[in-house]
Design a protein around this ligand. Structure first.
Ligand code: 5AD
Ligand code: SF4
Length: 445
């Protein structure tokens, strides 16, 4: 049997694409192995969102090469789409380059390789099919991703995604709902709806559902206990989404709403299509919701032309919103993006300084917000057990990590970990750090 090794780098879209690739290959008689050495086919699903991610790809490909000859090497994902055939020059041991819009063709492309083609590519972006496959091999037994929309039609000036993942293609609502039913029946209780911009979901079928309608319908699928979605663009984020969360207990009270900058001037240069005030309007909807909604965001520092004053506005936005978590990055020039023409004149040290200032400030905000939860009771989905601390690892609806202990059972039986993982249990919060909570479950598990 042919053996393949697959390594994944990048966002959740990439992680989920890899699950589909595994399912597709397994259905063709390939077996997944855990090491490069044991494989005949070595695949690397890559990310090109920032320069560092891309450099890592070539470094890693080099390491793969040293692990053995007589293997086929393939590059998948965003670097594949971005660099295309140039990869064959940069990494001559690679013979397969396939972008995310062409994974459904993977089996055919592999046949071409096996029948002697030296270089094979799948780079077309003009696809109107989404990569829907019943063959997905999911990694987590309790939480499953469902792609609802692929690609991106925005033109944020710093971003490679419209180039690497192509134009938006939404998936029919009936197909999404059917997959949610199947997943629930198979024991998955948490569903995460995925897309580069889930808010611009437009049902291509006659039902014509928008995102909030779809979200609520997934929340009503029997057996589904938690629904999350990522990622959202503020411009398309409508109040109906918050109304749906208010009405539907299974929709998690958390929203990831990338802002990128607190300065309206920088937002315009980034072509984000909203002002700070418009963004704050969306935040106000969340703050006025019935349940408290955890809010997270993405921020870029050091975008070309970002002044001290612009940066100060991003800092003040952190205080105004009081995010529950942020992902923050130094601006990185990307090929094929409009901002390439703007240059990159904020010195690296200054970018690093701004990033550190931002992250330290946010750390204090998070500690403050998490501390407020001490004494509260949270429902945790048990995700694992940490043998070194003797604590269960749980996750709250707001996506916080909640480590906890539980009293021993009266009958003295130590529960099998497998039987506890995946359960939802009530946990009293006793301590808080900037990145996690700790507590205890009152009842034995
Ligand atoms: N440089 C730095 N960060 C970027 N992101 C996207 N493109 C770039 C870039 N060129 C960040 C944005 C986005 C997140 C996924 O990555 O914050 O929301
Ligand atoms: Fe990276 Fe963007 Fe591609 Fe995801 S879509 S893997 S973040 S470049």
């Amino acid at each position: 049997m042919k053996k393949f090794y697959l390594e994944t780098f990048g966002c959740q879209m990439n992680v989920h694409d890899s699950e589909k690739v595994v399912g597709t290959l397994e259905s063709r008689g390939y077996e997944q192995v855990e090491t490069v050495e044991a494989a005949d086919l070595v695949l690397y699903n890559t990310c090109s969102i920032r320069d560092k991610a891309e450099q890592k790809v070539f470094h890693r490909l080099d390491q793969f090469k040293r692990s053995g000859k007589d293997k086929l090497f393939g590059v998948l994902g965003c670097v594949a789409q971005q660099e295309g055939e140039k990869i064959f020059d940069k990494a001559p041991h690679v013979s397969l380059v396939v972008g995310s819009a062409s994974y459904s063709k993977l089996p055919e492309l592999l046949v071409q390789l096996e029948t002697g083609s030296r270089h094979v590519t799948g780079l077309s972006l003009d696809t109107d099919e989404t990569f829907e496959t019943p063959l997905t091999r999911r990694d987590n037994p309790h939480r499953a991703f469902i792609t609802i929309i692929e690609g991106c039609d925005k033109s944020c000036s710093y971003c490679v995604v419209p180039f690497t993942r192509g134009p938006e293609r939404s998936r029919a609502s009936a197909s999404v709902i059917e997959e949610a039913h199947q997943l629930a029946a198979a024991g998955y209780s948490e569903i995460q709806l995925l897309g580069q911009n889930v808010n611009s979901y437009r049902d291509p079928s006659p039902e014509g559902w928008d995102f909030s309608r779809l979200l609520e319908a997934v929340g009503h699928v029997p057996g589904v206990r938690r629904v999350r979605f990522t990622t959202s663009h503020p411009r398309d984020f409508v109040k109906e989404i918050i109304d749906a969360i208010d009405r539907t207990g299974t929709l998690c009270n958390m929203v990831h709403l990338p802002v990128q900058s607190g300065s309206t001037r920088v937002l315009a240069a980034m072509d984000r299509q909203y002002t700070r005030d418009q963004y704050m309007q969306r935040i106000a909807w969340m703050k006025n919701a019935r349940r408290e909604i955890a809010i997270s965001t993405d921020i870029i520092v050091g975008f070309p032309g970002e002044t001290e004053e612009d940066f100060a506005q991003t800092m003040s936005l952190l205080d105004e919103v009081e995010y529950d978590s942020i992902f923050s990055f130094k601006y990185s020039v990307r090929p094929n993006t409009p901002a390439l023409a703007l240059g990159d004149h904020i010195p690296e040290e200054e970018k690093s300084r701004r990033l550190t200032v931002l992250q330290e400030h946010q750390r204090a905000i998070q500690l403050r917000r998490n501390t407020k939860l001490i004494g509260s009771e949270q429902e945790a989905l048990v995700e694992g057990f940490n043998s070194s601390t003797g604590q269960w690892i749980g996750r709250t609806s707001q996506n916080r990590v909640l480590n906890f202990t539980a009293p021993p059972r009266e009958d003295g039986i130590v529960p099998e970990r497998k039987s506890v993982i995946g359960r939802y249990v009530p946990v009293r919060v006793l301590r808080a750090g900037p990145n996690s909570l700790a507590g205890e479950c009152r009842a034995a598990l």
